[in-house]
Design a protein around this ligand. Structure first.
Ligand SMILES: Cc1cc2nc3c(=O)[nH]c(=O)nc-3n(C[C@H](O)[C@H](O)[C@H](O)COP(=O)(O)O)c2cc1C
Length: 215
């Protein structure tokens, strides 16, 4: 379907891409693989990835529950050990983050949270407003099975964290879609990266990119 639709580059994540790569390559598509750790970036490159997306612990989205590095460490680490281009994912919302990622050796950036909070994003208004309202240290990892989701700490989650409650029992990831579309963040907290703290208003994508790449 992707090839028929004229898609030229595919991104794979969450698990080894090894099995699917021969098919994708056969169709003449390029592949990027998302990795959260340096050894996995090497494996992805060895498996045939044309580039790796390196996602530090500050990123929004699904994470592992184990120890992880921030992009300040992970990007140069991966750049030193793979021969394919590296895309930095996580913590980029403005010109400073973009230039920092390039200075660390990345060839480009992948942006989640800043675009999630953009005018054009189909996310609910309340989700975007939660990102804009989120301050320093305003996110936490919610465990769910062997993985975790970075989310914005709201009053309910903040209270649960102080009681040492088992958060994987308090929240069900299956409720995230409903919670995020209705703004009921007691049902499941709003997914977003640490970079939320730097996002001060809902802006058009054009403004976000123009400010980011200006010289
Ligand atoms: C709510 C949310 C859900 C995400 N879900 C996925 C996903 O399913 N698969 C994936 O590879 N990345 C996912 N991501 C990660 C983004 O693609 C991107 O790499 C990340 O958000 C970059 O970090 P940033 O949020 O600091 O910009 C998600 C991010 C967010 C904020």
């Amino acid at each position: 379907m992707l090839a028929e639709a004229g898609i030229r580059t595919v991104t794979t994540s969450a698990g080894s891409p090894k099995k699917i790569y021969p098919k994708i390559k056969e169709l003449g598509l390029k592949v990027l693989h998302v990795t959260l750790a340096a050894p996995l970036a090497v494996k992805a490159a060895e498996a045939g990835a044309d580039g790796v997306v390196v996602s530090g612990t500050e990123s929004g989205g699904l994470r592992t529950t184990g120890p992880e590095s921030t992009n300040l460490i992970l990007i140069p680490l991966v750049c030193d050990i793979v021969d394919v281009p590296v895309v930095a994912a996580g913590g980029v919302a403005d010109r400073r983050g973009y230039r920092a990622a390039l200075a660390l050796g990345a060839q480009g950036v992948q942006i989640g949270t800043a675009f999630l909070a953009s005018e054009e994003s189909p996310a609910s208004r309340s989700w975007k407003e939660a990102i804009v309202a989120c301050g320093d240290a305003g996110t936490a990892l919610l465990p769910m099975g062997g993985m975790a989701m970075r989310t914005i700490i709201n009053p309910k989650l903040g209270k649960l964290m102080t009681t040492g409650a088992d958060l994987s029992k308090e929240y069900n990831m299956m409720n995230a879609g409903k919670a995020w579309s209705t703004g009921d963040f007691d049902l499941y907290p709003a997914g977003a990266g640490q970079v939320s703290a730097l996002i001060k208003k809902i802006r058009p994508v054009k403004d976000i990119i123009e400010e980011m790449v200006r010289q």
